[in-house]
Design a protein around this ligand. Structure first.
Ligand code: MN
Length: 716
């Protein structure tokens, strides 16, 4: 394990102005946070973040990145929070740690090989700051290096497959050749141990046959170059088992020659020296025709630059040689990461950030094949998408602006229909919360379907909208049928008859209805009045009593406006004082009845108001009323809500925001009781109609701090 001072020294070696204090604090914080946790290997857990930080010093990343590496698992695996990281290590570090933590969700995803491409894009999209991706890749590299310690073979396989399919290609994509090769090789060893062993065995035997040839060729080449006064370092490098294996698979060949497994590399001090070195090599050794490539004058699409040649070298061996400068070498090994060297130490952070992203975008820009081009196009399209996860790690792609309700419907209609709440990243959120890349969404469900009409105002997917509409229509109809049935039952009772579906069926034609349910729904909705239905059911029955007269007055007066109070209700007796009952606060859209009280006029109640029970013995005092068409536009309608709200910071503003967002206007708010944990309050809200109030109730129910919302009904 790298010691604290060693790590700091390494960073200082390439970044003289490194923030030493930051590194020291991050090191100690990580060690303390991970405490007694251990890895599968039995090592203390904090050895892992420290090794990850160590790997990143090889890329010469800045101290913020190194601190991020040290802290990268503290939020996911210890009690530390992002806020805490922000307070202790600054906003930039916190942002990076947060990014890495979110990428960590990917590790949860189960066997979804077919999603590999999506997941790679997810990683790119998430890594708004490329340093996040680099920390993640280093994290994965260290986990792969220590993979053998994990006992569960299935888990090892899953991690290796994921590395092969997602992380290695990503490393390649951003030009991190060194990471890519090692990730592939470690995965290969896990996924195909036989193949790996056979590659190693053949490498060993070739090495034995060659007997120190690599060293001798290296010395010989070095001497040749030095003889011509060219300063360069020469090295021989064996290819990795996986890359040989791949080459063999691709070309369907067996490997038997040293040339197949060793490459020589000449690193010079300048571009000019590259061409000089090439000249020297070609003058001294016969060149194999057709193998020379100049990637300096014409770099590869990913930015790779080098001269390649194959010659019959020392000891008559055919050898491949790459010639490049140190800069080119670093770029070849570390890709975009190489641009993050502290050459730019003095620049403003934003500039650095830009510089950092540009090479990545350029690489994508220079994409060669149609496939890569397509990929780039898709990358730009990410602007319109968000990538979210289920608690079990399934990746759900949604349009930007999507909410937990959209997420739920994207998972399954049943999930959407039974949604009652949502947790995003473990915290309760309102259902209209817009999801962000990497959010982990958990849907809280009820046992019965109950989508809310109000959801329609914030969902963005057509699927969610269609499902909500269908359900709402169905539900409304059910309610109207039930209401219509209650009204019909009352009509039968008043006529002294037993409730009879047959009789209702007999009246269908006259009322122009297709079925009994249609009839009841129309009656409930108010498309048919109880008087009309009564006449159709009992045409011969003479209207008797005051109640009947009142009803007939109501029918006769349909459409007349109330003279009093400006209450837009039809069926009132002209000149009679009228007011809305305070026990139920009727709203347009609700079924209403009037109760006539001598000297007081008419009091309007909702049909389900408890108060009406007190008048059940005096039907002569009931008036059948209905709201005028467009009543919601006339006058001010106030709904009264009884709320129980958690007594915590921000809860009041959350609920007022919810009401305001739904275009409700609070006209009065009264706290009726208050305890340590909860407020109970009455809130008067100006609304258009009962549906509007219903939307507000639904929105309030979705507010985390609101524990209950009921329409206020005073009981008498
Ligand atoms: Mn980690």
């Amino acid at each position: 394990m790298i010691r604290q001072y060693e790590l700091v020294e390494r960073v200082k070696s390439y970044e003289p102005g490194a923030d030493e204090a930051l590194l020291n604090r991050a090191y100690v914080f990580s060690m303390k946070a991970h405490g007694a946790q251990t890895r599968a290997s039995g090592d203390p857990y904090f050895a892992h973040p420290i090794e990850v930080a160590g790997i990143l010093t090889e890329l010469k990343l800045d101290s913020t990145s190194i601190a991020t590496a040290l802290l990268h698992d503290t939020v996911e695996d210890t009690g530390a929070t992002i806020d805490e990281i922000g307070d202790l290590f600054g906003a930039e570090t916190a942002r990076l740690v947060d990014g890495v933590t979110k990428l960590g969700r990917l590790d949860l995803q189960s066997d979804q090989a077919h999603q590999a491409e999506n997941l790679r894009k997810f990683l790119l999209a998430m890594s708004e700051d490329i340093r996040v991706l680099l920390v993640k890749l280093a994290d994965r590299l260290h986990n792969m290096r220590t993979l053998r310690h994990i006992r569960d073979a299935g888990k090892r396989q899953r991690i290796a497959r994921e590395t092969m399919e997602i992380y290695a290609p990503l490393a390649e994509r951003i030009g991190l050749q060194a990471f890519k090769a090692e990730l592939e090789d470690l995965s290969f060893a896990e996924l195909n141990p036989d193949g790996y062993r056979s590659m190693e065995a053949q490498l060993d035997s070739l090495r034995d046959q060659a007997g120190g040839i690599v060293e001798r060729v290296t010395e010989s080449l070095t001497a040749t170059l030095r003889g011509e006064r060219l300063r360069a370092s020469v090295s021989g490098r064996e290819k990795k088992p996986y890359s040989i294996w791949q080459k063999m698979q691709r070309k369907k060949l067996a490997f038997e020659k040293l040339t197949d497994i060793v490459g020589f590399r000449v690193v010079t001090e300048s571009e000019e020296d590259c061409y000089r070195a090439l000249g020297i090599v070609h003058r001294n050794y016969p060149m194999v025709p057709g193998r020379f490539k100049d990637y300096i004058s014409t770099p590869k699409p990913n930015g790779y630059r080098s001269l390649h040649t194959t010659v019959i070298g020392p000891e008559q061996r055919r050898i491949e040689i790459q010639i490049r400068t140190r800069d080119m070498h670093e770029e070849a090994e570390y890709g975009v990461a190489a641009h993050w060297l502290f050459k730019q130490a003095g620049e403003a952070r934003d500039d650095r950030q830009q510089r950092w992203l540009r090479p990545l975008l350029e690489i994508l820009d220079k994409a060669s094949g149609p496939e890569e081009l397509l990929e780039h196009t898709k990358l730009e399209m990410f602007q319109d998408e968000v990538f979210c996860f289920s608690p079990r790690g399934a990746l759900i792609t949604l349009p930007r602006g999507a909410t937990p309700v959209d997420f739920a419907y994207a998972v399954h209609t049943d999930v959407g229909d039974t949604t009652v709440g949502a947790k995003v990243n473990g915290r309760m959120v309102p259902l209209w919360t817009q999801l962000e890349n990497g959010d982990q969404v958990e849907i809280l469900r009820s046992s019965v379907p109950q989508p809310q009409p109000a959801w329609e105002s914030f969902v963005v997917t057509g699927r969610a909208r269609a499902c909500i509409r269908r359900f709402t229509r169905l539900k409304e109809r059910e309610q109207f049928v039930a209401l219509g049935q209650a009204v019909a039952e009352k009509l039968f009772r008043e006529a002294g008859e037993d409730y009879s579906e047959a009789l209702l069926e007999g009246a269908l034609a006259r009322l122009k209805q297709r079925s009994v349910d249609d009839l009841l729904a129309a009656l409930g909705r108010g498309d048919l009045t109880s008087g009309e239905v009564d006449e159709a059911l009992f045409p011969a029955r003479r209207l008797q009593g005051i109640a009947r007269r009142a009803l007939s007055v109501a029918r006769g007066r349909r459409g007349t406006k109330a003279g009093d109070g400006g209450i837009p209700v039809r069926g009132l007796i002209p000149g009679m004082a009228v007011h809305l009952a305070e026990c139920c606060n009727p709203l347009p859209g609700e079924r209403i009845v009037g109760i006539v009280t001598t000297g007081k006029g008419v009091t309007i109640h909702t049909i389900d108001c408890d108060t009406l029970e007190g008048f059940s013995d005096t039907p002569e005092r009931w008036l059948d009323l209905a709201w005028e068409a467009g009543a919601e536009e006339k006058g001010v309608h106030v709904g009264r809500l009884n709320l129980i709200v958690a007594n915590e910071t921000g809860s009041l503003s959350e609920l007022t925001t919810a009401i305001a967002k739904n275009k409700g206007n609070i006209s009065n708010l009264k706290i009726t009781s208050r305890s340590l944990d909860f407020f109970e309050m009455l809130v008067d809200v100006e609304v258009r109609d009962v549906r509007h109030l219903g939307n507000i109730v639904a929105a309030l129910r979705a507010v985390t701090s609101v524990s209950s919302v009921e329409r206020e009904r005073a009981h008498h």
